[in-house]
Design a binder for this molecule. Structure first.
Ligand code: SF4
Ligand code: SF4
Length: 94
């Protein structure tokens, strides 16, 4: 089992409170705000953590993706990118 699948299973087993806390802590590590693709619309909607939350409600014009350099990538074993445009890691994997 790969790291991301392990993490997803761990999240599933958490209580609602534990899951909420884990999401808050992971969101705080998200560097989307520094990305060229991160738009004013995304900022106004206070969106982050697309890798787990899924795609943006705003149109995403792909100008580069810095997800591979984000600490969350290594921590939870992400292998994809452009989550704001394409959906969460889980959704992209299908
Ligand atoms: S991997 Fe990308 S979407 Fe996920 S927390 Fe990091 S910067 Fe945000
Ligand atoms: S998901 Fe990737 S492309 Fe989208 S804003 Fe975050 S770092 Fe940029």
């Amino acid at each position: 089992m790969d790291k991301f699948t392990e993490m997803a299973e761990k999240l599933e087993k958490m209580s609602a409170g534990e899951k909420k806390q884990a999401m808050i802590e992971t969101r705080a590590m998200c560097i989307c705000g520094e990305c060229p693709t991160y738009s004013t619309c995304m900022k106004e909607k206070d969106e982050l953590l697309y890798c787990l939350n899924g795609k943006s409600v705003c149109p995403a014009v792909m100008k580069g993706c810095i997800c591979p350099t984000c600490p969350v990538t290594g921590m939870i074993g992400l292998v994809k990118a452009y989550y704001c445009a394409r959906g969460s890691e889980q959704e992209i994997r299908g």
